[in-house]
Design a protein around this ligand. Structure first.
Ligand code: ZN
Length: 383
């Protein structure tokens, strides 16, 4: 059915990556950088030119648009989502995309920095791409394929569906988000306005890979209060909170339960921040596991360890707070197995080899999955 269709994804991609959309974790505004809207405005314009009349860009930097249903059957509204921002770690300014036609194997050398070589030795996946065209950056910037590849794919799919009314489908909502790279991609999504029952984030890795599972995640904050006196007259009185915090960190398990010593489906307890003064200090942890039920035993372990250490310092006290961060989207997806089944079938029909993957992290997908559930099930545990 694609015989006559001239795909627009790579042409769009080469244009979109040249727009600097780097997000900024230090910023508290939404979007975190105004320049992300430079691309969103282009997308808005192009959607309108396709005849998508309701396309809109809101003040927070979200683009919403609908490919209207042309089906007779009543089918659920689905959403395709991707993010316009690029990672804060590498410059997104002055990106020069290079098209390497008909890759024949071997190293790809980037002309603006000859020391940067993309080699099959480091990226074995390249071996599978012989005969394909490959797009890279020029060596001094990131490319921004994460996630402008997803953006370009969705735009091309919209273009295809709008020009091929004979292909029947239900209503498809398009959502382009800012700030995914700084963890706030869904912060201001209006789920009511989005109005989709199911959604797919196009933000993956290798062609054919499908991710239906993420970590479940809590945050723990421990505040330790010491006893402060003038250090010159502190004998048998002063209790230094910083030293208690240091003791706690030193007694965390090292060979297990740490991100640096675990992989696959193993979870962990990970300190991410330690600050304070002799009188009082704060330790922040992230707790991760694929099985939500295994978060609590980790938190109990950490609480008991804290209690033992603090109690060995008479006068010291502590506060221990657990905050839910996000939940494994598989728990929601398992209630709607058709969502993943359809994605698998789509990958198969595209002639690709399916590769199921688990994400040792979170995604917009986990937040959106639980957001939708919260919307329909009023799940009060979700924050
Ligand atoms: Zn991404």
């Amino acid at each position: 059915m694609f015989e006559q269709y001239a795909f627009t994804a790579s042409e769009r991609f080469m244009r979109y990556v040249q727009v600097d959309t780097q997000s900024n974790p230090q910023s508290h505004s939404q979007p975190s950088t105004e320049k992300q809207k430079d691309l969103s405005r282009i997308l808005l314009q192009e959607l309108k030119e396709m005849g998508i009349a309701d396309a809109e860009l809101d003040e927070h930097g979200y683009v919403y648009a609908t490919i209207p249903s042309n089906a007779d059957a009543d089918v659920p509204v689905i959403c395709f989502c991707s993010h316009v921002d690029t990672a804060p770690d590498a410059s997104g300014r002055g990106v020069k995309p290079l098209l390497h036609r008909n890759y024949t194997g071997g190293d790809l050398v980037l002309p603006d920095d000859a020391s940067i070589v993309i080699s099959p030795k480091d990226f074995p996946y390249l071996e599978q791409l012989k005969g394909h065209d490959i797009i890279t950056a020029s060596g001094t910037t990131l490319l921004g394929a994460d996630d402008k590849a997803g953006v370009a794919e969705i735009m091309d799919a919209a273009h295809y569906l709008m020009t091929h009314p004979e292909v029947k489908h239900g209503a498809i909502r398009i959502l382009f988000t800012p700030d995914e790279e700084v963890g706030r991609g869904t912060a201001k999504v209006d789920m009511q306005k989005l109005g989709a029952r199911f959604g797919y984030t196009l933000d993956g890795g290798e062609a054919g890979s499908l991710e239906d599972e993420t970590f479940s995640a809590d945050g723990v904050t421990i505040v330790i209060n010491g006893v402060i006196t003038h250090p010159g007259y502190a004998k048998d009185k002063l209790v230094n909170a910083l030293k208690i915090g240091g003791e706690l960190l030193a007694q965390l398990p090292k060979k297990e339960l740490s991100p640096e010593t675990t992989d696959g489906k193993q979870g962990f307890i990970h300190p991410v921040r330690f600050e304070g003064i002799a009188e009082r200090c704060t330790l922040e942890f992230i707790i991760r596991d694929f099985d939500t039920a295994l978060l609590k035993p980790k938190e109990d372990f950490l609480r008991e360890l804290t209690q033992i250490i603090v109690e060995s310092h008479p006068g010291a006290t502590f506060e221990f707070t657990v905050t839910e961060q996000y939940r494994n989207m598989k728990e929601v997806l398992d209630q709607h197995p058709e969502v993943v089944a359809h994605a698998k079938e789509a990958i198969r029909r595209a002639g690709l080899t399916l590769k199921m993957e688990s994400i040792r992290g979170g995604t917009d997908g986990s937040r959106l999955s639980w957001g939708v559930e919260r919307h329909t099930n009023a799940r009060d545990a979700y924050r």
